[in-house]
Design a binder for this molecule. Structure first.
Ligand SMILES: *Cc1c(COP(=O)(O)O)cnc(C)c1O
Length: 344
C-alpha cells in the first residue's frame, strides 16, 4: 500500500481531510448498518440538538505503524466503553461497543495510506463522535443521532525533545460536583476555552483544576489527567468522579506496576501535598506524558524537583515504555493491541 506523499516529519496537530470516514445514523429507535463515505461534510437542520443544546460526545485515539510495518490501535475497547458511558450521561443512544471497534478497523483500513510511517513521530488520530441530529427547540434529547468517525494524521506533540511545561492553578472550575466532568463531551471543552486562553496569555501551557466543592484537591487539566511520582517511587494519580478516566493514565498505571515494579495509588491528592512529589506530569493520547516543571499558584511557585530542563527519570522511562508498546518495540500486555490488517 502506497503512503500519501506527505512530509510526515513536519505535519502539525491540525485537521487534514483524509479519504474516508465512517457514518451510522440512529433513527426510529435503531442504528443503521453504517457506511464509509468520502463526504467530509455534514448537512443538518439549523435546529439540530447538537447546535442548540450541545448534545455531543466524542473520543480520541490513534493508529500507529509499528516497527514491523503493522498498523495497530491500542486498547480501543476502552474508548468504545467510554463513549458508551458518555452517551448514556447525555441521554443519547449508546453506540454498540463491538461496532465501535469494527468502525475503527474499517476507517483505519480505508485510510491506511494516511497512517504515518514508523519513526516519523506522526500518528493517525481517530476522532469518533456522536451528536443529536434532528431539530429540537423545547429542551429534550434528540430523536435522531449521527455517529461518525474520521481520521487525520497528526504530528508529534513535542517537536524534538520532550520539554517540561509550566502550569497554573486556575480559578475557574472545569466540572461541577455530580456534573459531567467524568464524560468526554464537547460541553466540557467549550467552557474551558476561556480558562486555557487566559493561561496561555499569562505564559502557562495548561491549567490545573481543583475540585470545585472545596478547592483543596487537584483534579486534572482541561484535556489530560495528572500523575505524580513520590520520593519513595510510588505512582500517584488523583481519584474523583469528575475526572475523565484517561486511557493513557490507566495504561501508565499498568506500566508503572507491571513493567517498573512500582506501587500505584489512586486517591484524592491535596494541593497542599504537591510540593512533596519529585515528578509531575500530565497525560493523554496527544502528548502521552508532558512533564510539569513548575506549578504557579497565585504568586506561589511550586518548583518540581525534576525541573524545567528535562523530563524526570521515572516519567521518562514510563513514557518510553508506553510509546514502545504502541510502536511494537516493547511487548504489550495481553489484549492491548488491535492489529488492522491491510492488503498491500
Ligand atoms: C480525553 C481527555 C483526557 C485524556 O484521555 P486519554 O484517553 O488518555 O486521551 C483527559 N482529560 C479529559 C478531560 C479528556 O477529555
Amino acid at each position: 500500500m502506497k503512503k500519501k506523499d506527505i512530509d510526515w516529519g513536519n505535519i502539525p496537530f491540525d485537521y487534514m481531510v483524509t479519504d474516508y470516514r465512517y457514518v451510522s445514523m440512529y433513527e426510529d429507535g435503531k442504528w443503521d448498518d453504517g457506511v464509509l463515505t468520502g463526504d467530509a461534510t455534514i448537512k443538518l437542520s439549523e435546529c439540530a440538538g447538537v447546535l442548540q443544546y450541545a448534545q455531543e460526545v466524542f473520543e480520541g485515539l490513534k493508529a500507529y505503524e509499528t516497527v514491523d510495518g503493522k498498523i495497530v490501535t491500542v486498547r480501543p475497547d476502552l474508548n468504545a466503553e467510554r463513549i458508551y458511558n458518555s452517551a448514556i450521561r447525555l441521554e443519547m443512544p449508546p453506540f454498540p461497543k463491538e461496532r465501535f471497534i469494527d468502525a475503527v478497523e474499517q476507517v483505519v483500513r480505508a485510510n491506511a495510506a494516511w497512517v504515518p510511517p514508523y519513526g516519523s513521530g506522526a500518528t493517525l488520530y481517530i476522532r469518533p463522535f456522536e451528536f443529536g441530529f434532528d431539530s429540537v427547540i423545547g429542551v429534550k434529547p434528540s430523536d435522531v443521532y449521527q455517529f461518525r468517525m474520521f481520521t487525520t494524521p497528526v504530528g508529534p506533540y513535542f517537536k524534538g525533545r520532550v520539554r517540561p511545561i509550566a502550569v497554573k492553578i486556575t480559578d475557574y472550575d472545569r466540572a461541577a460536583p455530580h456534573g459531567t466532568g467524568g464524560i468526554k463531551a464537547a460541553l466540557n471543552y467549550a467552557m474551558s476555552l476561556k480558562a486555557i486562553m487566559e493561561a496561555h496569555r499569562e505564559g502557562y501551557s495548561e491549567n490545573f483544576y481543583l475540585d470545585p466543592a472545596t478547592r483543596t484537591y487537584i483534579q486534572e487539566t482541561g484535556g489530560a489527567n495528572i500523575i505524580f511520582i513520590t520520593k519513595d517511587h510510588k505512582f500517584v494519580t488523583p481519584k474523583s468522579d469528575s475526572i475523565l478516566p484517561s486511557v493513557t493514565r490507566r495504561s501508565l498505571e499498568v506500566v508503572a506496576k507491571d513493567y517498573m515494579g512500582m506501587e500505584v495509588e489512586e486517591r484524592p491528592v491535596a494541593l497542599a501535598e504537591v510540593p512533596d512529589f519529585v515528578e509531575v506530569g500530565v497525560c493523554g493520547t496527544a502528548a502521552v506524558i508532558a512533564p510539569v516543571g513548575e506549578i504557579h499558584d497565585h504568586g506561589n511557585v511550586i518548583h518540581v524537583p525534576s525541573g524545567m530542563d528535562e523530563i524526570g527519570p521515572v516519567l521518562k522511562e514510563m513514557r518510553e515504555t508506553l510509546t514502545g508498546i504502541q510502536m511494537g518495540t516493547i511487548k504489550a500486555p495481553e489484549g492491548w493491541i488491535h492489529e488492522v490488517k491491510v492488503e498491500d
